[in-house]
Every structure is written in C-alpha cells, then in structure tokens.
Design a protein around this ligand. Structure first.
Ligand SMILES: *[C@@H]1O[C@H](CO)[C@@H](O)[C@H](O)[C@H]1NC(C)=O
Ligand SMILES: *[C@@H]1O[C@H](CO)[C@@H](O)[C@H](O)[C@H]1NC(C)=O
Ligand SMILES: *[C@@H]1O[C@H](CO)[C@@H](O)[C@H](O)[C@H]1NC(C)=O
Ligand SMILES: *[C@@H]1O[C@H](CO)[C@@H](O)[C@H](O)[C@H]1NC(C)=O
Length: 330
C-alpha cells in the first residue's frame, strides 16, 4: 500500500477513535444535570465526564425514539460508564446462587391476578440507598424481612443492612463485595437476630461486626428457597405470602431505565451471571405484558420513585435463579 494511502487510512482510524464532539446543547444539558445531582469535577475530569454523559444521553434518546416497553432517562449514574458502575455497585464475583431444589411448597387454589404490597397496608419501608458499596443483597434481605414481619404483626420496622455487611461473612457473604439474601436470612436465623437501622446505622462500607444481641429486634424462624427457575412459585409466594428477594443480571441498559416494563432479549439467565439482588413487592399485567413490581436500593430518585417493573414469566435476566424469603419469628 502506498505510504500516502496508509497515512489517510491511519487518520481515518484515529478519527473513529476520537471522542464524539458534544454540541453546545448537550453541554448545557450536562451542566443542568451537574446542578441537579450536585456534581463538581476538576477541569480534566469535567471533559471526561461530559463525554461519557453525552454518549449516555444519545443512547437514551435513541432508545426512546424506538418502540420499547420501557423508557430510559438521565439519573445519578449518567456520568458513569457501565464498567465503572459495575465495579462499585454490583457483585464482583458470582455468588452461589442457585437453589436447585428449593423448599417452597406450592399450595392449591389460584393466585390473585395482581398484587401490590405497597397498597395493601403499611408493609413496605421507603426505598433506601446502598451508595457506592455492592451491598444490594443486604437491602433485598432487610426489605424482605421488614415486609414479612409487617404482614405478620402489623408493625413496620426498618432493619440494619450494616449488620449484614459487617457480620454475615460466615454464611458466604462478602460485605460490599456481594452476598445472597438466602444466606443472609440463614445468618439472621443462626445469629439470633438483626438490629434496627437506628441502633446499627448504614455506612456504605465494610466494617467490623458490632452486633449487640440485646438490641436485636427482628428474628427468623425459617428460610424458604424457591427452586431454580420456578417463576410460578415466585408468583405464588408474592401473591399469597409476602414480598420475595431475588437476583438478576444488570446490564448497561438497565442503568438508564426510567419507567415502564424492563425487558432485554440478550441478558443472561443463569445463576452464575446474576449480579444484583432486589425485592419483588408485587406483580401485574399491562397491555398483555406481565411484570414484576420491584423495589431497588439506588435511592428514590432512580427509576419510578426507586422502583422498576421487569417482564414476568420468562426468567428475564435470570430473575428466577435465586429467589427466597424468610419466615419471621414473631
Ligand atoms: C411496537 O412493538 C410491538 C411489539 O413488538 C408491536 O406489536 C407494535 O405494532 C409496534 N408498534 C409500532 C408503532 O411499531
Ligand atoms: C460458594 O460456596 C463455597 C462452599 O461453601 C465457598 O467456599 C465459596 O466461598 C462460595 N462462593 C461465594 C462467592 O460466596
Ligand atoms: C469487604 O469484606 C469482605 C469480607 O467480609 C471481603 O471479602 C471483601 O473483599 C471486602 N470488600 C471491600 C470492597 O473491601
Ligand atoms: C436455602 O439457601 C441457603 C443458602 O443459599 C442454604 O444455606 C439453605 O440450606 C437453604 N435452605 C433450604 C431449606 O434448602
């Protein structure tokens, strides 16, 4: 190839790698987003974050122009790449997630066609925020136990995620690096109790165990695991008993979710790929698409007031790979 032509090809290749240039409009958007989310950067970081923000914003606009069951929007993660997000907020290694043979027993009789535990009574605490710590599993655990106790006793407590971060290692949990609700329920059962948010406040980082048995307010009598891929079992558990903890695979499009029924044809469905635990507080159906109503732990500003819907009945992103709930001791 002549040198001149090689040089031109080289230039073209370099141009393809150059950061996309942002328009004044996009930079204006970024600046209002920074104000809204209270972000400050050094000059160097400003341009790096602007570039990531613009790429995210363009993906959102492209998605929303198409025909989908859910919409995307800006949120607190809009200046991050998925790689950065994954390192801080998701499990870094696969957890031993599959309940190959669960102990959930289906009963006879139909399930309600729709349930929302948020509307049935004072059974669900406000959405919490895990911060920059892969502790989703502790929020899924407390949320589930909080609701199960409230349904059994009428008393809605707010329970201590930090105790699970600090103390539940003997049950294969790893603080800010991941864990599983089923293993956390086992910990609470054998540890003989979990403290409240007020006596063991959340710190969003690994710490040493400061459990004080006399301050425990929530107890577990039994742990119910739902068999691998038994999504109808999850429906029955949520419909007839209480909210259920589950895990699924978060991929980069999920970060930009804002409302509607999340669905993804390409995410993984196996227990070794799930990386985030959440809480199913109900289910329903809209225009023929069944969905789960799910409480997340990314604060009330993310998604629909901290919640999201995800398509039901297809083991979407592995959501039926490791579901469980506790039977409270009351
Ligand atoms: C959008 O997609 C749905 C389901 O794939 C399809 O039934 C519907 O006709 C589409 N609507 C438009 C406007 O393309
Ligand atoms: C999975 O279970 C094995 C055996 O109990 C344990 O050694 C390993 O640490 C667990 N892995 C995780 C990620 O918890
Ligand atoms: C947090 O502590 C666990 C042990 O409880 C450890 O496995 C993990 O690597 C730590 N994670 C971080 C982010 O420090
Ligand atoms: C439920 O799962 C946990 C952890 O994943 C396990 O330790 C426990 O033995 C299981 N319980 C039953 C009854 O299978």
């Amino acid at each position: 190839m002549p040198a001149g032509r090689r040089a031109v090809l080289g230039l073209l290749a370099a141009a393809a790698l150059l950061p996309c240039l942002s328009s004044a409009d996009e930079e204006f958007h970024f600046k209002s987003w920074m104000l809204q989310y209270n972000r400050k950067y050094s000059l160097e970081e400003y341009y790096q974050r602007l570039q990531i923000f613009v790429a995210n914003k363009r993906r959102i606009d492209r998605h929303n122009a198409g025909n989908h069951t859910f919409e995307m929007g800006l949120n607190q993660f809009s200046d991050m790449t998925f790689t950065e997000f994954r390192k801080t907020y998701l499990w870094s290694e696969p957890q031993n997630c599959s309940a190959t043979k669960g102990n959930f027993l289906a009963s006879s009789g139909p399930c309600p066609s729709a349930v929302d535990w948020r509307k049935k009574g004072n059974y669900v605490t406000p959405v919490k925020n895990q911060g920059a710590c892969g502790s989703c599993w502790t929020f899924s655990t407390t949320g589930c136990l909080e609701s199960a106790i409230a349904i059994a006793t009428g008393k809605l407590l707010s329970l201590a995620e930090q105790q699970l971060v600090d103390c539940a290692q003997d049950f294969n949990n790893h603080g800010c690096s991941g864990g599983l609700p089923s293993q956390a329920f086992e910990y609470i059962l054998y540890n003989k109790g979990l403290q409240g948010e007020d006596t063991y406040p959340y710190q969003a980082q690994n710490g040493t165990c400061k459990f004080q048995p006399e301050k425990a307010i929530a107890f577990v009598k039994d742990v119910v695991n739902i068999t691998l891929y038994d999504e109808p079992g999850m429906v029955e558990a949520v419909g007839k008993h209480n909210p259920v903890s589950f895990a699924f695979e978060v991929t980069d499009d999920f970060l930009r979710y804002s409302k509607g029924i999340y669905s993804n044809p390409t995410c993984d469905k196996t227990p070794d790929k799930v990386n985030h635990a959440v809480l199913a507080v109900g289910y329903g159906e809209e225009n023929g698409t069944p969905y789960w109503i799910v409480k997340n732990s990314w604060g009330p500003l993310w998604g629909m007031d901290g919640y999201f819907y995800i398509e039901r009945g297809k083991n979407m992103c592995g959501l039926a790979a490791c579901a469980s709930y506790p039977v409270p001791q009351v």
